[in-house]
Ligand binder design. Sequence first.
Ligand code: NAP
Length: 259
Amino acid sequence: MDLGLKGRKAIVCAASKGLGRGCAESLAREGVVITIVARTEGPLNETAEAIRRATGATVTAITADTTTDAGRAKILEACPEPDILVNNAGGPPPGDFRDWGREQWMAAADANMIAPILFIRAVVDGMIARRFGRIVNITSTSVKAPIPILGLSNGARAGLTGFIAGIARETVQHNVTINNLLPGPFDTDRLRGLFEATAKKTGKPVDVVRQERMDANPAKRFGTAAEFGDACAYLCSAQAGFITGQNMVLDGGAYPGTF
Ligand code: NAP
């Protein structure tokens, strides 16, 4: 299926690796001109070059922190009129909520709630004027089924989800959709870091924690960044203009609810 995205422009945040990179690769394959973002220059440039080589797409790499005003300004200067915005950032650390004060909560809210909202504010009116916009926020299945050790993520992402539920119904009449993609377990550095934290807490070897987690998933495996990226590309497609305000779960069936 041709997703009708050739020549569109996209900002993909937090995209030097993992799920953000998967989204960038899938969009680039569709002929989208992409601006990818991460804080560390070396790996970001390597990813940009790898995507150029693999897809022939035009890729601009911007080293910036999405949680800062200066970082967001730098990204928007590189791509002032995006047709597509993929909001993403690193996930907050796991732990016990008794150990977290205002500083930790503000950092989580900045990365996983406030930065996406400020990005949307910066680009949505241009999308409305041009009558095309696709905004995808990478959140987590923790929005639907909270994960106890990820309290910072449960809280911050639920705030973003509530905000999106309201605004997504206002923009769709202008062919601007806003949706959330909710990853379950995907084989990325983030997941490996969480296994290490669980191993430390439980005393089990990391390999055992990893295998147990895989066995517990109905698919008996983890998802891949490529699978995630292709779902993102579909939500960004010309054909997906009637889908807005949705929370799409990609978790191999782990979330057990009927709806
Ligand atoms: P990852 O493999 O650790 O990759 C994170 C990417 O984000 C890197 O490119 C990192 O590069 C960049 N980044 C982090 N903070 C940033 C910031 N403030 N500004 C710009 N770039 C930033 O993580 P992932 O697994 O792809 O996860 C992506 C998101 O999905 C996270 O929020 C994670 O919590 C969530 N999630 C993941 C899973 C999973 O199974 N993987 C499940 C549920 C939710 P730099 O460090 O160089 O900036």
